[in-house]
Structures are given as C-alpha cells and as structure tokens.
Design a binder for this molecule. Structure first.
Ligand code: AHR
Length: 617
C-alpha cells in the first residue's frame, strides 16, 4: 500500500475537535472522580421522608447498646434529615459499652481507598443533649485495625446547637477497603448530619481525585460535555439532575436519586464543580440541560417556560457578572470570574419525543436573545438530511459493532458541507465485539475517528462514551477508564483517544491512501506547530483492522526547507496478541501503546504496519 502526503496543502481542524463526555453513570463521579469518601453523607438517600435510607451507613452495637433512627431536625434547610443516635451504654455503670464504643460507620463506595501518610479532612455536624466524647477513625473493613484516629470532646453547651466539627486524620497504613467510624462510649443522645471525609490532596484542592483527573488531562481534551446523557433526562422528570440543587455549600445540597443509572448521588460534584473541572482541564464546558423531557414524562411546550428560565439562570450562574443574581452565587463559591461557557445542549437524545421541537425552539429563542454568542446543540440528527429547525450544532450518537463502526469512517463523507455541524458527543463499539473494552473495539473506533478528523469541516466535536466506570457498579460497558478505590487503568479505547490529542487545532494534510483491494486500512496525516519550541510536527496515523501486516510506502511532499525534522522520529503502536484482548486490574498494561524509534525516517520511507494495530509516526 502507498500513502501520499502533501504537506504543503491542508485545512485547519477545529480547535475543539476532540474532547470528553462526563456522565454521572457507573459511579463515575460519586465514588469516582469526586474524591469524597463518604457515601450518603447527609443520610438522605431515601429522600426527605423519614425513616430515610441511611445505606451504606451501618451500626456498630446492638439493641441494648444504642438506638439509631432518622428525624428531620437538621439545621440545613434543603436537607432536613439527620441521624439520631441514642446511646444506652456507658463506660461505667451496669450497661458497659463494648470495647471501641458504639456508633455508626460508612464504608464509602465499596471501601474507602486510604493511603499511608496521606491526610484526610473529616467534617461533620453534631448536636447533643449532653457533653460528647466521639472517636473519629478510619479503620479496616471489619473495624479491627485502626488506620487513623481523632478524639472529639465537647461540653454540653458547645454542642447544644448544631455545631460543625473538623478534624484531620493522617493514615498510618494503606488500606483499599477502609471505613469511617463515629463511635462513643458515653451514654446520651447525639445527632449527626453532613459527614464528609476527603483526602487533602485533590487536584488543586478542587475535590477531584488526582489520579483520575490526570487520566483526563493526559487526553488533552478541548471540551467537557456534562453531566449526561440519560442522567440529565431522568427516567422521570422528578429525578432528573437539577443544577440549582447542586450549587452552594455542599452541606446544603439535597442530593438526588438518579433513576436511570439507579443510584443516589450527594451532588458534591455539582454544576459549579463541572465548570471548574472544565477550566482545570483547559477544556471548554458544554452544558447539557433538561428541556422538560425525561425518558417517561414530558412537559408540554405551553408549560415549558419555567425550564427555559432554569437554563437561562444556569447560563447566568456560569457567565454572569459577580453582582448578578446567579453570578453572585458562583462568586460566593470562590469563582468571581465567569466560566467560559460557550456551548449548551438542549436535552439528550430527545429528538424523537413529542414535545422536543416545540420545547427546543423556546430554549433556542430565549437563549439567543440573551446570549447571541452561545452555540446551541440540537438533539436531532442532521447528518443525512438538513435539520428542520435552527441550530448551531446537531448531536450525533453511535453505539454499534466493530465492523459497522469501522465502516463509519465514511459516515460524514457525504454530509452537506453547509448548515449546522455535527457534535459526535457519544460513540463506542458495544456488544460482543467490545466486551468490557477490547482491542477490536478500540481499533474500529480509531478508524471512525480518522474519518471524523478528515471530515472535520462538518464535524466540530467528538467524544467517547462512557468515560468512567467504577468496577463495582458497571451499569454500562465498555468504558474508557476503569477504577475502584485503589486501582485504575485505561481500556484500549482510552489509549486510542490519546493518538488524537494533537489533532484539535492542527492542520489536516492532503493524504491519499492507495491500496490493492484491502479496505481494512485507513490513514490520515496532520501537522502542527509548537509555538513554545518553534517546531513543526507531522503525524501520520494508520489503523489496520486486517489480519495481515501491511508494508506501507510513505511519500511526504511539500515539506518546508527546515520545517519538519524527521530524524529522531518515533513510531507508536497499539496492538496485542488477540483482537479481543482487554486490560484489567491484574494486567492494566496488556494493551497499551508502545513507542519505538522510526529507524528509517525520511520523506520516502517504508513502514511496516502490524496486523490489528493502530500506528502513528
Ligand atoms: O453513554 C451511555 C448512555 O448512552 C447515555 O446516557 C445516553 O445518552 C446514551 O443512550
């Protein structure tokens, strides 16, 4: 096969072509990127009625030593449920407390990942009828080994009203399956509410688990679409994500039950934190909001204005002056400068729904009136025929088999070159071909992405989905990044995305692939300037989904006299022994890119492309 590259001609690829899509699915945020260790920190997982569901909190002690219940006596207006603990035993007298005391513990999200030498900030609120002596400790999963401990002693007058307690715990051992305990051996009644335990070393102190944040940063994403997905819609509207309930002090966030992915979130990772995450990643935020449509119920267009106002308020929260109504809430949260919100999506996958077009237009008109520069994304697919409504972008989702995904390298070849551009906000190979993240799936996606790069005159943005999975709650497979409390790895699909991290804003070069008969290879060539070291780079990417190796004769014409240096060039390859190979906690690096020197780098060169591989050089 031959690849002819003309480096003198090209077209700019959009600055925002490749980004990421974060959805609160698979415990991606709660118990994932959001570093909070306590699950159900306000005891409200059952909602605002009592008794509430305190799961996964559990009780240390028995009927004769304590009575645990919930009531609505919290000092936090939006989440009134508090835990009431009546301790019947004592350190002296007839009913002696067991060694270590009685109380409650929280195992976090399938065990807390505690690391030796790290410091954890524990915050909680208490009220009591008498003096208190509470042991705050991080322990092993059975409570027998203590990893860190702190004693909170307070007089009755100190805690007769709700009082905030903060303590730092330094772990003297590592344990991936730890729990937080609040125990006492003193008779009396204590109320607890809003219990938090966070490692001190989150990214910039912004609450993001460092190692997971780094996996995202390594992709150099140019945008962050959030917070869903179906999570935005809800199975029912009453359970959809509502941004206003997710901002302000964390203690006053009610949390909610996401009824599509079926778990409770305390909403510590709220609207503000998503905007902050985008900023920290150097990515533009793309906010997806509910447009009055869930999977099951819909608001009629005649009644959708409250939802429109909610969206306008959300934009004001992100971009408004610090003195504006909602901009001031953002400022009070520590970000007086506006966030760089330039794009919003009206709903998720709602185009086929009865009220979508009507609702969409209400949002479109109102947003354009107030914020003419905001790019608005419609849920309706404009790739085959023009949209019947105004939009700046249209959303395109694809989940399919490997062969079909690979063939979709041509999906946008015939799309109209005028009109709104595509936002391929969710793509992935799924089903048997993918398992929980196979090489096969990744290669097919690689072929698809090369097609998007080539069609980036009509495709503005693209992101894989889903991004994260906590291996303890795999609601959807495959996913790009797999983790638990202590480990993580990228699936081959994650590594394929890394091959595209220089593409956004680069120049797509004219590249012609000449093959005999095989349709199993696709290729592209890009170049980009690195202004910091005043160098130009050329990158050729090739996916070979065939079972034979290919000797690729590459000719690069049109290189400037001293622009691109070929010596010292490298070749990066992603392949493995079997197409269905996957990474795992046991073998996290089974299918990862390997780097070698490209010995014969020249403007005319032969490069061997291995069977079943993604290669770049
Ligand atoms: O990515 C998983 C789900 O797939 C998303 O929530 C939804 O938009 C799509 O159906």
């Amino acid at each position: 096969a031959r690849l002819l590259v003309d480096a003198s001609q090209g077209r700019l690829i959009p600055e925002t072509l490749f980004g990421i899509f974060f959805e609160e699915i698979n415990h991606a945020g709660a118990g994932g990127l959001w570093a909070e260790l306590v699950s159900n920190r306000g005891f409200e997982a059952g909602g605002q009625n009592i008794p509430s569901n305190i799961d996964p909190w559990a009780i240390i002690g028995n009927d004769s030593s304590l009575i645990v219940s919930t009531d609505r006596s919290s000092c936090f207006e939006r989440n009134k449920v508090a835990l009431r603990m009546e301790v019947l035993c004592d350190s002296q007298g007839t009913n002696i407390c067991p060694v270590g005391g009685v109380g409650v513990y929280n195992p976090g999200y399938w065990g807390m990942g505690i690391k030796q030498g790290k410091t954890y900030k524990v915050v909680f609120y208490i009220r009591s009828l008498g003096s208190v002596n509470i042991l705050v400790s991080l322990t092993s999963s059975n409570g027998l080994q203590t990893l860190a401990t702190s004693n909170i002693i307070a007089s009755a007058s100190d805690v007769s009203n709700w009082t905030r307690v903060e303590t730092l715990l330094e772990a003297k051992e590592t344990n991936p399956n730890a729990r937080l305990q609040l125990t006492t051996s003193r008779k009396g009644v204590i109320w607890f509410d809003q219990v938090s335990a966070m490692p001190l070393d989150t990214y910039k102190g912004h609450g993001f688990r460092n190692v997971l944040f780094q996996m995202l940063a390594d992709l150099k994403p140019r945008f962050l679409r959030f917070p869903g997905g179906c999570f935005v819609e809800g199975e029912w509207l009453r359970n959809a994500f509502r941004w206003k309930a997710s901002v302000g002090p964390w203690e006053n966030r009610a949390g909610h039950f996401g009824d599509v992915w079926m778990y409770w979130t305390d909403d510590g990772l709220g609207y503000f934190e998503f905007l902050q995450l985008a900023e920290d990643l150097g990515a533009l935020p793309i906010w997806v909001f509910n447009n009055g449509i869930s999977h099951t119920d819909e608001v009629d267009t005649s009644a959708v204005l409250p939802f429109v106002q909610e969206a306008l308020d959300g934009i004001e929260f992100a971009r408004g002056d610090p003195n504006s109504t909602w901009g001031s809430v953002r400022a009070a949260m520590g970000h007086p400068d506006p966030f760089d919100l330039r794009y919003v999506a009206v709903g998720n996958e709602d185009c086929p729904k009865k009220n979508y077009r009507g609702n969409y237009l209400k949002f479109y008109d109102a947003i354009k009136r107030a914020y003419p520069d905001i790019g608005i994304i419609s849920n309706c697919d404009g790739s085959s025929s023009p949209l019947d409504h105004k939009a700046d972008f249209y959303d395109f989702h694809i989940y399919t088999s490997a062969n079909d995904m690979f063939s979709k390298t041509h999906k946008f070849d015939h799309t109209s070159r005028t009109g709104p551009k595509a936002f391929v906000s969710e793509y992935a190979v799924t089903g048997n071909d993918a398992g929980t993240g196979s090489l096969l799936a990744a290669l097919a996606e690689g072929g698809f992405l090369i097609g998007l790069e080539k069609n980036s005159d009509v495709v503005a943005m693209a992101s894989y989905a889903p991004l994260f999975v906590n291996a303890n709650d795999r609601r959807w497979k495959p996913d790009a990044i797999v983790f638990n409390s202590a480990q993580l790895y990228g699936t081959p699909s994650y590594w394929v995305q890394q091959f595209f991290r220089e593409s956004s804003g680069a120049t797509l070069l004219n590249a012609t692939l000449l093959t005999n008969s095989s349709s199993s290879i696709v290729a592209s060539a890009i170049s980009w300037e690195d202004s910091e070291n005043a160098k130009s780079y050329l990158r050729i990417k090739v996916v070979n989904l065939g079972s034979s190796s290919v000797n690729l004769k590459v000719s690069v014409d049109g290189l400037g006299p001293n622009s691109i240096k070929l010596s010292g060039s490298t070749k990066t390859q992603l392949t493995s022994t079997n197409l269905k190979d996957e990474n795992s906690f046991m073998e996290p690096n089974k299918v990862v890119p390997s780097l070698t020197l490209l010995e014969n780098a020249a403007k005319d060169m032969d490069v061997v492309i291995s069977p079943y591989s993604f290669t770049s050089f």
